[in-house]
Design a binder for this molecule. Structure first.
Ligand SMILES: Nc1ncnc2c1ncn2[C@@H]1O[C@H](COP(=O)(O)OP(=O)(O)OP(=O)(O)O)[C@@H](O)[C@H]1O
Length: 311
């Protein structure tokens, strides 16, 4: 991985966008370090595609700016976008042409040297299928061919909008492996959007979560995992949840009843768990089980996005 530099490779400053009177992206401050694989997450309609289009200069921001490689996109659009490869929506391919011919057509248009065709086909794992017409390709192969086109000019930054959308499990696994290899072995900085954290959590180094056009979390994957650990719960199984709450109001402050005999409360410490166990026994209540439960990363992601909706 390339070392992180002081200036992020991609940065937005209070980036906002409206469709008519409707705000869709709101004061977004993204920060993508060189060498990172940045997962841009959010539920459907959160504003991911709109943001990707703003990052590519395809939409004009209402306010704010995009900085690529330390320069303002609005002022140096052509030069900066020459260093960016993008996959937005399904790639437009010539179905009657082979995979190799598709790459060749774009390569000539862009004036890229001829040896690059074989290189990009190899990068995306399509060498063996390059002689087949694109109409015979699976959705996953089509996405990889689209990525091959995006890789032709050897870009430093890749912007990929939901590249795993609609793929079968094999296609998702292949796309993940490809992104890891492009990031870690070929030094590309990648921004990849998804509405499912499970599809990209094994791939990304950093995460930005957007909800209703606002960034509700941004940090490294370990930062997100720490947030997840901070949401651990203590799950208690007893005979009557209500009786226990009445008998032990202090120890069970903050507990929620999850079933007739089940209580959930925020995990505080091992000592608190031990004190609770002793308190229940002293109060003559049966203790069937007491354990710590970690929320899944998916739960934490939902929590972040739901909290933003309820604000
Ligand atoms: N051309 C348009 N005109 C008006 N509103 C639009 C237009 N395109 C998108 N929107 C609205 O902007 C909001 C953000 O859409 P966007 O496509 O950026 O979200 P997204 O996070 O990419 O979602 P998805 O994963 O469903 O594509 C949505 O509420 C959408 O309905």
């Amino acid at each position: 991985m390339k070392p992180a530099t002081a200036t992020p490779l991609l940065e937005t400053h209070d980036l906002s966008f409206r469709f008519g009177a409707r705000p869709v992206v709101h004061e977004l401050n993204l920060r993508v370090e060189a060498g990172s694989i940045y997962g841009f997450l959010g539920p459907n309609g959160a504003g991911k595609s709109t943001t990707m289009r703003l990052l590519l200069g395809l939409l004009r921001p209402a306010t704010g700016s995009v900085q690529l490689f330390g320069h303002d996109l609005a002022r140096h659009r052509v030069a900066l976008l020459g260093r960016v490869g993008a996959l937005i929506e399904s790639p437009s391919l010539y179905d009657h042409l082979t995979g190799r011919e598709n790459v060749e057509a774009t390569r000539r248009l862009r004036g890229v040297p001829a040896p690059r065709t074989a290189e990009v086909l190899a990068l995306v794992g399509l060498t063996a299928d390059a002689h087949r017409p694109a109409r015979e390709y699976s959705l996953g192969m089509r996405q990889r061919l689209g990525l091959a086109l995006a890789l032709l000019p050897d870009p430093d930054l890749l912007l990929l909008d939901e590249p795993t959308n609609g793929l079968d499990p094999t296609g998702i696994i292949e796309m993940r492996a490809l992104l890891r290899s492009l990031g870690h072995e070929h030094g590309k900085t990648i921004v990849v959007s998804s509405h499912l954290i499970s599809e990209i959590e094994k791939t990304v180094t950093h995460v930005g979560v957007i909800q209703r056009g606002r960034l509700v979390f941004q940090g490294s994957l370990p930062d997100l995992q720490r947030l997840q650990a901070g949401r651990a719960q203590l799950v208690l199984e007893t005979a009557s949840a209500d009786t226990c709450r009445n008998l032990l109001p202090r120890l069970l402050a903050g507990a929620t009843v999850a079933g007739p005999g089940t209580l959930h409360l925020p995990w505080l410490s091992r000592e608190h768990a031990a004190e609770l166990a002793a308190g229940l026994v002293a109060a003559g209540q049966p203790l069937y089980s007491l354990h710590q439960e970690q929320p899944s990363l998916e739960d934490t992601f939902l929590h972040l996005t739901e909290a933003a909706v309820n604000e």
